[in-house]
Structures are given as C-alpha cells and as structure tokens.
Design a binder for this molecule. Sequence first.
Ligand code: KG4
Ligand code: ZN
Length: 341
Amino acid sequence: MKILAIDTSCDDTCVAVLSNDQILSNVISSQTNLHSKWGGVVPNIAARAHLELINPVYQTALKRAHLTIDEIDYIAVTQGLGLSPCLGVGIDFAKKIAISHHKKLIAVNHIEGHILANFLKNKNNQPKRDIIFPALALTVSGGHTQLILVHNIGKYEIIGQTLDDAAGEALDKAAKLMGLGYPGGPIIETLAKTGDKNFLKLPLPLKEKKNFNFSFSGLKTSFYYQIKEWGEEKIIKNINDLSTSFQSAVFISLTSKFKYAALQYQPKTLLASGGVLANLALRSQLRSLSKELNIPIFMPFKKELNTDNAAMIGIVAYYKAKRGEFVKDVPLFDRCPRLSL
Ligand code: KG4
Ligand code: ZN
C-alpha cells in the first residue's frame, strides 16, 4: 500500500510517502525564520507560506520516493488539531489531488500521528519494535501535553493533560522572557547543558495531586517574577543556570506524572513522542524511568519524527486504510481545529 500524507497543522509544510509502515520520503519545509521575529507562530503568515510551499514540497516527496502520483493508493491529511488557516491549506490541496487523481482520502488526527510515530520504520524495515498493549503514551509538543492509554492502535483513552500551557509552549515562553529566539525548546536545551538546576527555586505544579494532569503556567509566572527586575546583562550572565532550572522543572513534572500513571495503570510498554522529545536530556531521563519501572520504552527513531512531520500522518492512515476508514464525502470534507482523539 502506497500512501501520500500531508501535514500543515502549524508552521511546517510536510509531505511524506509511505509504503505500508515504511518511510520512502519525508519532506519538511520549516518556516522557523518567518516566525522567529514574532516569538511564535502567526497563523495567517504560516498559512500563506504553506500555500507557496505545498506544491514544491509535494513534488519533492514524490521524487524522493521515486514514485508518481499514479502509483499512490491513498491520500492522507491532518484534519486537526492545529491552526485553522494552516489546516485548510493542506486539506484543500489533499482534496484537489484526491479528486483529480481518483484516490481515496484518509482524515488523520495530529495527536494520533505523534503517538504512532513510534511505529514508523525506514526503507530497510528497521527498527523492529515489539510494542505490546496496553501502552502508556506521553505526547509533548508546543500545542499539547497528554498522557494517553493506548489499548490498541485506534483505541485511545486520555488519562491526563495540561490544564493550561503545553510543555513546549512553556519552554518557548521562558526563552522569550530571557530574550532568546523561537522556538525556545532547542535553544534552552543547548544552554542547559552546563547550568545548575537548583539555581532558581521553581514550583512543581500539581506534583502532589493524585491525578495525571499537568500545569505549566504557574511555573512560567514564577520564573517571570524571579527575573523581571533583572537587566539584560544579568540574564545573559546567568543564562545557563536559568535555562537549566526551567528545563529541569518542566521535565520533573513530565517524568513524575508519567511514572505515577505507569504505576497506576501497569502498561506493558511506554511510548513518548512530540517535539519536546527531540530533547536528549528528556530522552535520557525517560530511559532511566523505563529501567526503574522495568517497562520498555520506545521513542521515534529519528529526531525529525518527534517534531511535526507527515510520515506520522501516513502511518495513522496505513492503519485506517487497513480498517477501511476513508472520508465518505471528499468535496464536503473540512478541517476540525479542536479535533479530539
Ligand atoms: O511537535 P512539534 O514540532 O509541533 C507541535 O505540534 O507543537 O513541537 C514543537 C515544540 C516547540 O515548543 C519546541 O520548542 C519544542 O517542541 N522542541 C523542543 C526541542 N525541539 C523542539 N523542546 C525541547 N528540546 C528540544 N530539542
Ligand atoms: Zn505536533
């Protein structure tokens, strides 16, 4: 089965081609430079850029897969979650190809994409992973932070989520407060390599609460009040310690709730994905947790499969196609920015 998948949910224009669960091509055109001066993604600017980029990215994805559109069986596209004007560009493009080339269309939930990114393989059918259900998935990105019980592929139960900011959003906001660029997560990761995590005393929100929810806005506010009187010079002088303190507080919150949920639900496998999982410190903390709990953990096998990409949309579509789940009325099909799992 050959699938062409599209994701334009945020600020990356992404098209991938899969053969079953194997990635033949995965093209990502990032708009980071466009948005960095605003300190975040501006939806209408992002949508305009998607409109310009979608066709060349689509052509490149087919070329790298050494396939023509006639050899593709299904078109997949993200229906939601995402920014409404951005989702619209990918959906219009997917509908146009599906209709003009007589292909079935598959609607994909972006969060399911992040979860199933763990099931992707390369052209050589690697890595082989024995993912046993029920699995407990942690998805952490700029738009969402959730703990999801995966009973099976396609069968999910959200057991916890952020009550305010997503973890990636918190890192991006802290970076902005320190005068750093966008997206802040990777910049903070680099600066946090050498700092002291106890430099600032930051709250660990909801840590004592017996539930699986997260909250990051209090953490960000405390960070803000502690440095708001500081001048630029003092911030720069302490930038490594500030970054380490903030990143460490965010990651303690993520790992402690993940651990608590694993102890309660006793899953057979742990899964973790989403943009923030590109962070090597977090990956290593989650590996230690997996050893401590004696439950295997899987994370996407390549950095680019953590942040937004269309291969993860393609793998969801592969399983949906096997179940016969196609869009019934393609001309009427539309985005759903707040789509739930
Ligand atoms: O999954 P993603 O690409 O887009 C959304 O669906 O939101 O995630 C983007 C988020 C941003 O908040 C970014 O700062 C964060 O992931 N991120 C990182 C790293 N790379 C990206 N956070 C921490 N460390 C990184 N290396
Ligand atoms: Zn995402």
